[in-house]
Ligand binder design. Structure first.
Ligand code: CU
Length: 222
């Protein structure tokens, strides 16, 4: 895994890192090949080592192949990256699984509020339990229902490799399965006003038992 990326704390993070690595490798190989060819040509055809340049027509299939074959190869690699990207995207964004824990999150200038279903087990009812931090159990699927109270915000936790815009007037679902207990920072990743850079909330990932104790004590879940 590329070591310059933040620590990995969700089940789909390795797939996203793998996709980034694939882009590095494909682009890196082409960059190296192009630079090697360039410097080879500079050296091979340096002044004094080769005959004088002369104009020649280049309208045959053989000459066109010099352009068309590399272009087709680049297109092929591009489609391969697209295919891998679509695969990862579908896993992270399109197939939202049912959550073991469901939380409603409201973004507003300049913070995030969280609501747990409460004793009746249903979101959007009067017994919902409010929280200023997102507390979730490790190894369980968390499903977020996200809303904005004012402008466009974005939920972003680099360690989860999860970023999702939150658009006023829409309820947008996102999911993740945290793998590693710890304290992380939820940041807003959409310029949303003067205090945008201060818009944060804590994400606390706890071992299942510790989380369950908190959840039953506060009545956050049934
Ligand atoms: Cu914001």
């Amino acid at each position: 895994m590329p070591h310059h990326l933040p620590e990995v704390a969700s089940t789909f993070a390795p797939a996203i890192d793998g996709h980034i690595a694939l882009i590095y490798v494909v682009c890196g190989v082409w960059l190296a090949a192009a630079e090697i060819a360039l410097f080879w040509a500079l050296f091979r055809y340096r002044r004094g080592a080769s005959p004088r340049a002369a104009w020649m027509p280049a309208d045959g299939a053989r000459q066109a192949a010099w352009v068309l074959v590399p272009a087709a190869a680049v297109l092929g690699f591009d489609l391969f990256i697209e295919w891998d990207s679509a695969r990862v995207w579908a896993h992270v964004k399109e197939r939202t699984p049912r959550g073991n824990v469901e939380v409603r999150m409201t973004a507003r200038q300049f913070g995030f509020d969280f609501h747990y279903p409460g004793p009746d087990g249903r979101l959007g009812t009067t017994d919902d339990v409010a929280s200023r931090e997102l507390r979730v159990p490790a190894g369980r699927i968390v499903r977020l229902e996200m809303e904005s109270a004012d402008v466009v915000h974005a939920f972003y936790v680099p360690e989860l490799r999860l970023k999702q815009d939150i658009v006023p007037g829409r309820r947008i679902a996102a999911w993740f399965e945290p793998t590693r207990p710890g304290r992380y920072t939820i940041a807003c990743a959409e310029l949303c006003g003067v205090a945008h850079s201060l818009m944060q909330a804590p994400l606390l990932v706890e071992p299942v038992e510790a989380w369950r104790r908190w959840a039953t004590q506060t009545g956050a879940i049934r």
